[in-house]
Design a protein around this ligand. Sequence first.
Ligand SMILES: O=C1O[C@H](COP(=O)(O)O)[C@@H](O)[C@H](O)[C@H]1O
Length: 236
Amino acid sequence: MTLPACVDERRFPDVETADRALAEAIAKRLRSAVEQRGQASLIVPGGRSPQTMLRVLGEQPLTWSAVRVTVSDERFTSADSPDNNCRQMRKLLMQGPAAVAEPIPLIETTADPQGALAAAQANLARFPWPADVTVLGLGAEGYVGSLFPGNPALSADYAEQALAVAARSPTPPHPRIALSPHALLMSRWIVLMVVGPEKAEVYRQALACGDPSVMPVCFLFQQQDVAVSVWLIDKK
Ligand SMILES: O=C1O[C@H](COP(=O)(O)O)[C@@H](O)[C@H](O)[C@H]1O
């Protein structure tokens, strides 16, 4: 299958090699952003795909105090819940050298669900856009972040969108907040982690599908402004 012009696929024989290569590539970009602009910004996903990579990335030498980090999406959970993506980011990435990076949470309290979207927007105003690096996981139904099939943001005009949008997982329990397609495409480099044969099959289906309202990841493939590297491990 011919790949979209914005996509380059990088295939790896195993997860360890892929995670180390990605951590080193991200660190290189963040280092160069700090050198050129005095600051750097990074978006990371929740879920299982990035877990080891985040640990390896957090050990990389760079001026982490100049780096702001946020998550691609968040669930309405308490900050100490194992399901909280920002908690995972702090626990895995922000150890060792990366402990001094500045985290920007999307949801800080579950006490005010009505005000949560406005609060997320306010937090995201502190994030230096465009993101130097945005890492995304690929969900089983072809979603990225918490942009699940049918989310209205996937069929709206991206240029008109807010940075964060309301989202709901098809399987309960948590309502969510997701970075919008507009926000995710405001990146200098996007990496899509496709880990394992099942996800590789989802990725191939998405390339063939081409409709973001059915397989949300497709919105990454239908643009020409941002390079998207697919970090592909299609073996067990
Ligand atoms: O719910 C979510 O799932 C996706 C994919 O997770 P994975 O465990 O299949 O890697 C993740 O990227 C997203 O941030 C998370 O909230």
